[in-house]
Design a protein around this ligand. Structure first.
Ligand SMILES: *Cc1c(COP(=O)(O)O)cnc(C)c1O
Length: 390
């Protein structure tokens, strides 16, 4: 049977005979599962990572989703979490202990930075951040106690890439693991494991859920690495996804290819419009001709989605940038992305935030996410907002 994307999304793991041939799989909204004999109970308990026994461990709705997500990432197995941050924390923590060292790409997602620099620091784990655009920087930062490389490619604010294949090869040569946050590209446009990575994490809140209604995360990897996380962080910290949210993600997955294609197409159209705007000085998107790593992007990504940033002229005041954003009627001023709706997030909003380090990024940059609306409507909205600041 073919393992193509349509098969994975529509058929893999579904056994409708088990539930009256319902087209949409049921939500197993239950905490625990009963057994007929002590022998069955004992057997289930011994195989808690694969057998429905207690929902913090395994639940059939979650298992169906995990099976599909693992297959999409070309991984043997996956674990679902209550958020992307929980997934990232579990994946990292399961593979370090007191006295260990991590080499991370600089400026990972804000709460990932906090995980490594603040939380893990309390437990004696050190981190070195490197410019990830040059694979050699990872190698140079290796210490005798280094255990893993942490990548996030593309970055979701300024879209720098890391050469996942080259960096994973360096890791392998030194006996280290490579972990990649693949939220920005999503599982259809980039598969880090096929490039040599060991664990891939997603904020499934974004493209995978796709409807701005569920916070979720996933870690994909080999059976052995996933079992290791299951037996430690997954079960002890217990930040697992609810069956209801797993079901919402299954629903979201059905249209992932459609949504990704439309969002990416809208981004292209809107970037083409912004390219003609004199007030726009730069566009940050992996597939934009201005991107300094365009060649790498085309090599390791099938496409890039609807998330990108643009910089406005420094002749504009922050007040004017705020006025531009406030004038938008279709784009919603909000964080996150990956849903049906278009969003705008000006980085000048970070200035008073405790979540972000002292701004390493220009406050003239605005991040856009293009949803699945009609591109013409979005472009008209941007037009009237530019007119509002002239
Ligand atoms: C949103 C995001 C996260 C965190 O995911 P949550 O689901 O919000 O916990 C991690 N990494 C990246 C790149 C993200 O965009």
């Amino acid at each position: 049977m073919s393992n193509d994307i349509d098969f994975i999304i529509n058929f893999l793991g579904e056994h409708q005979d088990g539930y009256h041939r319902a087209v949409s799989p049921p939500i197993f909204q239950t905490t625990n599962f009963g057994f007929q004999t002590v022998a069955d109970l004992r057997l289930a308990l011994a195989n808690e990572s694969t057998t429905p026994f207690y929902t913090r461990g395994t639940n059939p709705t979650n298992r169906l989703l995990a099976q599909k997500l693992a297959a999409l990432e070309k991984a043997e197995a996956a674990l679902l979490f209550a958020s992307g941050s929980a997934a990232i924390a579990a994946a990292v923590m399961a593979n370090v202990q007191h006295g260990d060292h991590i080499v991370s790409v600089q400026k990972p997602y804000s709460w990932t930075t906090k995980l490594m620099s603040n939380l893990l620091h309390r437990f004696g784990v050190q981190v070195t951040y490197v410019d990830g655009t040059e694979p050699k920087n990872f190698e140079k930062a290796i210490q005798p106690n280094t255990k893993l490389f942490y990548l996030e490619s593309p970055n979701s604010l300024t879209f720098e890439l890391q050469d996942i294949g080259a960096i994973s090869a360096i890791a392998k040569a030194h006996g280290l693991l490579t972990l990649v946050d693949n939220s920005c590209a999503g599982p259809l446009f980039q598969n880090p494991m096929a490039l040599g990575a060991d664990l891939v994490m997603h904020s499934a809140t974004k493209y995978i859920a796709g409807h701005s209604d569920a916070v979720a995360g996933v870690v994909c990897g080999s059976q052995a690495l996933i079992e290791k996380i299951f037996a430690s962080e997954y079960m002890t910290l217990g930040g697992v996804l609810s069956p209801f949210n797993a079901w919402l993600l299954l629903r979201g997955l059905r249209t992932l290819p459609l949504r990704m294609a439309k969002s990416a197409e809208n981004a292209q159209k809107i970037m083409q419009y912004l390219d003609t705007q004199p007030l726009v000085t730069k566009i940050y998107h992996p597939f934009h001709p201005q991107h300094p790593q365009l060649q790498l992007a085309k090599q390791q990504m099938k496409n890039a989605g609807g998330l990108f940033s643009f910089e406005l002229s420094h002749d504009l005041s922050i007040g004017q940038i705020e006025q531009f954003c406030n004038s938008l009627k279709r784009f919603i001023l909000a964080v996150s992305w990956g849903g049906y709706e278009s969003l705008i997030f000006p980085l000048c909003a970070l200035t008073d935030s405790a979540n972000y380090q002292k701004s390493t990024v220009s406050p003239h940059i605005i991040r856009i996410y293009t949803g699945v609306e009609d591109a013409a409507v979005l472009i008209d909205d941007l037009k009237q907002a530019f007119e509002a600041i002239f």
